[in-house]
Design a protein around this ligand. Sequence first.
Ligand code: NAD
Ligand code: UGA
Length: 430
Amino acid sequence: MSDVAVIGAGYVGITTAACLAHLGHSVVAGDIDSARVDALNRGEIPIHEDGLSELVAEGLESGRLRFVLGASAAVADAEFIFLCVPTPQGDDGSADLSFIDAVVLEIAGSLRSGSVVINKSTVPVGTTRRVQRLLGEAGGSIDEIGVASNPEFLREGTSVRDFLHASRVVVGCDNSATAVRVSELYAGVHAPIVVTDPASAEMIKYASNAFLATKISFMNAIANLCEALDADVSEVALGMGYDTRIGFEFLQPGPGYGGSCFPKDTSALMHAAHAAGAEFPLLQGVIDGNVAQHERMIDKAKRLVGGDLRGVEVAILGLAFKANTDDVRDSPAVYVARRLSEEGATLRAYDPKAAANSVLIDSMTRVDSVTEAAKGASLMVVLTEWDEFRWLNFDEIGEALEKRIVLDTRNILDPVALRRRGWIYEGVGR
Ligand code: NAD
Ligand code: UGA
């Protein structure tokens, strides 16, 4: 099987490397973080992803997977080079391509003839061609090196499953023989393969994330209407979801979407639209509606404590941007916690996995259990939909709280059961 290099050992890179090794390829993954590389070579996974440590262990044991320091060291013998480095939001809202550029310039001189540079990072339309141009400028033998776009659609928390049981594999390449070679890497993943041009492949990724973000903002708007008109958004979502054209997924209202991708990718697409002279008011509405949804949670919290959060002790349940991940990047939970702190509240926060990640908020202390967070608090705010929070002993938590008031921004608790126990319950859209 082919020799593969993966550049960047983060959520996408480790998953890609481990899954391709599992599929039988020989994989070397390079990262600039030496502590991370050493840990990975010992089989220690720096992120929380179900099934990933088992796959990394399998790869290390079989000799098909190893981690090295730096991109150049990884590409030496590789036929296929996956770029999995960050593409964060730049100051002007566009995608910052400096990590991509740096890697391309670093590896240009080390690529072997016939190799293919495959971009898996989420990048604006035109980046595949930019990579091709940079390789040429940096002295790579460009005629002998292929370039392709292969966007990634995995979700954090289920990255291994999403990779091995992908909904589709998209390959954007001008050269059909190269596209076939890239597609063949996925033999063993039983997914439809969409072979297209690089620009369309890049747009597929942004359009997919923007569409999913739109679904969420739409449901948040419906939830807010449900509150005004006395309907229950959970019932509405159920009744909508049976229509297969709509589907059940991504109809869950909440504190607004977050994470390392939707916010930056919607912003980058908006920026690209402006740069192309195109209007996209629908997407702008999705973005604005999302920030308004975060702020709506602050209004609810204020209302629940009588209008003023100054001096109020609040128990925070969850800091991760969604359940089953330790990732707090652009987390709506962190946004809401920070704003509550700015409004004068004192916070005690518990998250089952995000605890080790650094979230520094004035007047917030981190604790090790829900009960500790609840001690003496006059408001409990559920911000991440961890299963652990669904099955709490509410009598015990109620004893610990100063006041039995809960703001359930994820609609995971049972309002009827809680109200029966004397709690004041506020959800989203119900
Ligand atoms: P990440 O921050 O978790 O990991 C990136 C890794 O790249 C880090 O370990 C970093 O040290 C390393 N790196 C940076 N510069 C490097 C260099 N010059 N050489 C070698 N390594 C280098 O990022 P991520 O979440 O895996 O995202 C990577 C890309 O994939 C982004 O474009 C993102 O939008 C996209 N994406 C992410 C997800 C996701 O769920 N996280 C899903 C699909 C697509
Ligand atoms: C998302 C996409 O789902 C992936 O397909 C994509 O590959 C990835 O972004 C990316 O490009 O990085 P991820 O960010 O891991 O994956 O998380 P999601 O499960 O999509 O959730 C994103 C945010 O939306 C979270 O804050 C989540 O709580 C929120 N959400 C999700 C809702 O508020 N309601 C829903 O119904 C679904």
